[in-house]
Design a protein around this ligand. Sequence first.
Ligand code: PMP
Length: 403
Amino acid sequence: RWEAVPLAPPDSIFKLTAAYKADTHPNKVNLGVGAYRDDDSKPWVLPVVKKATEILLNDPTVDHEYLPITGLPEYTAAAARLVFGKDSSVIKDERVASVQTISGTGANHLGALFLSKFYGWNEKRIYVSDPTWVNHHAIFPQVGIPVSTYPYYDPQTIGLAFPAFLETLKTAPARSVFLLHACAHNPTGVDPTREQWGQIADAMLEKGHFAFFDSAYQGFASGDLENDAWAVREFARRSVPLLVCQSFAKNAGLYGERVGALHIVAPSKEGAARIKSQLSVLARAEISNPPAHGARLVSLILNSDELFEDWKRDIKTMAGRIIAMRKELHRLLTEELKTPGNWDHIVNQIGMFSFTGIGPAQSQALVEKAHIYLTSNGRISMAGLNSHNIRYFATQLDKAVRG
Ligand code: PMP
């Protein structure tokens, strides 16, 4: 019956993880994984999450009934305040339609589905950065939206290809949809400066473009939740039409709990209500109701001053360790090993990932000869580095670069 179904290739990241797991070499290092690891390469349950879990366990009112279709209201409201800021006019005027989603992926999907049905397209198409999170290339075509790319990363400078990016914003048809990473761009770790964000907003306002913000790393970039929401808040303040896909996978370490939200900003409170009613129809057909446990945890954290302070401390622990690894890797390469080339991008890039600038052949050599697992584009997850393996990695990278 299913003879015509072709075998699909395995997901490249998950394939890399499987190869790492099967490797028995004592010095093996996994730099592919997009999840935080502590200094002993272990997953980290945030202390604030343990505390919130304890509270939930002892709460006699918690049951396993369905949540509303659009999610736990105290969670979605607090999540919107977290990204836009509680004093934002979009929050005060109640112009945000917020719906709980299956983490950031579900938010991207629901946002894409909503746009595919209701956006006033000149041409149905989304522009994503070149490169971007690989799943963006799958999510939009799934709902019938073709994907085009805009220049983003310049391999020459290992930085932002800003003039070419701006040019695409200016030449794309009016009312185009641009996907922007709110902070800590995946996979490059290269973010626009505030001045550049300002120019991006200018160009988008001029052409009437729509900003599809993907925010999977708030707090993870700089260690500061407010700072990492700056671009979204600035665009909202300047009335660039936008939506935000929000994930608590990384910043709360709740990967498997699938806690996310989609926030669509409307011109009026009444418009937000209409949008929310349609999002509810779409969510009903897809998932009926979102999962409760993770949303309850995040709601407790966001709505309690004490837990919120604890969370900020935990975020600083994670972001701080990653920033320390960047500094140490940079020091080892430039001062100790005197590796050929400029390595300043290691400390200038932001968030969990870093584009090292090495090519596919060198990346492959690291995997095959050194048991260091990374994607062929030279991207490394800084979270995979720690005080025990960083010297080994730097030495092997140095070897690969020298050839
Ligand atoms: N967007 C980007 C840019 C990401 O890097 C990720 C996680 N890899 C996500 C969205 C979604 O992740 P999740 O569904 O686990 O929240």
